[in-house]
Design a protein around this ligand. Structure first.
Ligand code: AHG
Ligand code: MN
Ligand code: MN
Length: 341
């Protein structure tokens, strides 16, 4: 007889009981997020058959046209997490302002942030998309939650994770002591443990970056990629391969599974913007996951997790993945800053 799979609920309870790692309210929060992801997964799976593909007439706070599924995923997450009593407020890529828990529900001690649907441009072409989330603790003694209470550096996250909607629905989670992956079993209707203590190999021959932006990058990024492209004949002495899915969630999932480097760096097109990706609900949770799996995540010379945020929807440059490669990239940034390169 095969072993009974370990459900997400059982795993969370065991973390709480055996390792006294997590309070019950954080466990319930994660279970609610997972429940919401299951519902989003079903909506994504139905695709065009349920008439929910395509764009709306609306734009989000970033000025991006919203897809129907962006809004559905956002509503599912808000609804699922409102009434549980473990949250004080939520913030989302799709909402300009924070969403405090309505007074009719009990208020909890956590703050939840999410990118409800990452990789929206891949929805219609049936390529992996996902949900990214980040959990912070609300400071003691706060009466009315405001956006400024979310502005904590990423190293203070108490949990982070994502769920991919692809050939399989996988939930990848960190509570601050390693990274664990769960797969949705459609027969059971729940997530089961499939990988514990994920580790990113320190070395890799694979990078992910949107090469069409090459001419706009800063010199350290250009130097790193040029050296990768030079392959076995160049200073790296080995050939590299490239992948670019266009959904950060799917690209980072590959990095967590087999190593690699994922980059969305600053570029000259919008010079006063730190990057394309959003710090609070894209860069920070992914940086925490990658570092918990032994990798590294930088925005340039410094770590993403050390950025002191000033705005809810601020952008960040993102370079993360296999440790040896990201350390090299960090060195190139430091050398450029000191004028040595
Ligand atoms: P979102 O769909 O949440 O707006 O995020 C899309 C992001 C990210 O997932 C991806 O890596 C990147 O945009 C792709 O950008 P390019 O189209 O510039 O390659
Ligand atoms: Mn996104
Ligand atoms: Mn999104």
């Amino acid at each position: 007889m095969s072993e009974t799979p370990i459900s997400l609920s059982r795993w969370l309870i065991e973390q709480q009981r055996i390792h006294s790692q997590i309070p019950a309210s954080l466990r319930l929060l994660i279970e609610q997020v997972a429940r919401a992801c299951k519902r989003i997964s079903r909506a994504v799976n139905k695709g065009a058959s349920s008439g929910i593909l395509g764009s709306l007439q609306t734009e989000n706070v970033q000025g991006e046209v919203q897809k129907q599924l962006d809004v559905i995923a956002n509503d599912v997450l808000l609804e699922a997490n409102e009434w549980g009593g473990h949250l004080a407020a939520m913030a989302s890529e799709e909402l300009e302002r924070i969403h405090p828990i309505p007074h009719r529900f009990p208020r909890g001690e956590y703050l939840l942030m999410f990118d409800p649907l990452d990789g929206s441009s891949n929805i219609e072409v049936n390529v992996t998309i996902g949900t990214i989330f980040s959990v912070l603790h609300l400071d003691e003694g706060v009466e009315e939650v405001e956006a400024r209470h979310f502005l904590q550096p990423g190293r203070r996250q108490v949990a982070a994770g994502y769920c991919t909607y692809g050939p399989q629905t996988t939930l990848v989670l960190t509570l601050g002591s390693g990274v664990t992956a769960f797969t949705l079993d459609p027969d059971q209707g729940g997530f089961v443990l499939t990988q514990d203590q994920l580790r990113i190999p320190a070395q890799t021959r694979e990078f992910a970056i949107n090469m069409s932006n090459l001419r706009h990058w800063a010199p350290p990024v250009r130097r790193y990629i040029d050296e990768c492209l030079a392959g076995a004949d160049g200073p790296r002495g080995k050939d590299f391969n490239m992948r670019w899915i266009g959904s950060m969630v799917a690209d980072v999932h590959r990095v967590l599974q087999r190593g690699g480097v994922f980059m969305y760096p600053w570029d000259r097109r919008e010079a006063d913007r730190a990057g394309k990706l959003r710090l609070m609900y894209e860069a920070n949770p992914m940086a925490m996951l990658v570092e918990q799996a032994g990798g590294l995540a930088i925005a340039g010379a410094g770590r993403i997790l050390d950025i002191e945020p000033t705005e809810l929807h601020q952008r960040a440059a993102v370079m993360l993945g296999s440790r040896d490669e990201i350390e090299r990239l960090q060195r190139y940034h430091l050398e450029a800053e000191s004028g040595a390169a």
